[in-house]
Structure formats: C-alpha cells, structure tokens
Design a protein around this ligand. Sequence first.
Ligand SMILES: [Zn+2]
Length: 189
Amino acid sequence: MAPLLSANEEEIPFDINEDEILAKPLDDAKPSKLKKAAAAFAAFLLFFLIVSYSVAFLGMDSIPGLIKSRQMDVYGIPLGDSMLVFSEGIYDEIVSYANENEGVETKFCLMGERKDGIITVTSLFKPLIIAQDFKSVTSKPCPEGTIVSVHTHPLLHCTPSIQDYRALHSSQDSEYNAVMCERGRFYFY
Ligand SMILES: [Zn+2]
C-alpha cells in the first residue's frame, strides 16, 4: 500500500505577499481588456453549451413550438383577439387531470362563455377516451358548444403533429384547438 501523504506534502506552495497586493495602484484592479474578452468568451461558450444541450435534449422540432405556444399567466392566455381565462377551480382540475394521465396523451374540452373579448372557461368536459399512449390519443368528440378542444403532448413538445392537423380537417368539434405541452402552456392551432 502506498504511504499516505503527510499534511505538508498535500499543501500547494503558494506564497501570498499581502503588502504587495494592498500596495498595488487602483488602476491595476480594473480588469484588463484581455480579461474582459476572456470573460465574454467564457460567457458566450457557456450560453452556447446551454443552448446546444437544450436543443439536444428537447429535439430540434421543439423550438418553434415553444416559441409559438403561450404560457398562462395571472391574466390568462391570449387567444386571437381575446383573452382566455379560467374560472376558479378549472385550472386545478386541468392540472389534476393531466397528472392522472402522466406519461400518456389525453384530451379535454373547455366550455364557457365569451364576453367583451374575454372567454371564461367555466367547465371542463372529459370525453370518452378510446385509446391513448405516450404519443397519441383517440377519443369521442367534444360536445357541441366547446370553445377549445385540448389534447396533451409530451413535455415541451408543443407543435401539433401532421395527424393533429388531419384530424382538424376531418372533424372540427370546437371553436379552437390546442395542444397542452406543459401545465398551463398551450399551442393554439
Ligand atoms: Zn397531438
């Protein structure tokens, strides 16, 4: 067995002359141009690494969907010229429904009323699900009067699929259609 290093041998020789540091003129304390450039380059490199990691993690197709989707805030979600707001309890109902269906896609129908540019969702309808897996859902249509027909997608994969657009053309069961790709994040199409 190799002998353990003594405390002394582990120490890195590093001689600090406090007087010398303190005596330095103030100008020297300012970062040099080279240091600034190095810091900027390091920041850029870090930013580049974060972006490329995110792209690799989410997949290139996620980016446009993320840009075009809308995250709900305290006021609701902009929808066309209107604002979509949820009456009390509805949003929590959506979240718990999405949680129950964690790992698979599901569908729900938002019903409510429109007044002065505000669409208030007053009820959530859960249509009969015929089949569902991690990347598709088949269900009975939303009832008449549905304002938004929503189906869920895997996390941050917000763009509707070709199949979603096909379904839209063959059977329209609501005024608007949306993909929910995160709790409170919707892509209207
Ligand atoms: Zn879809």
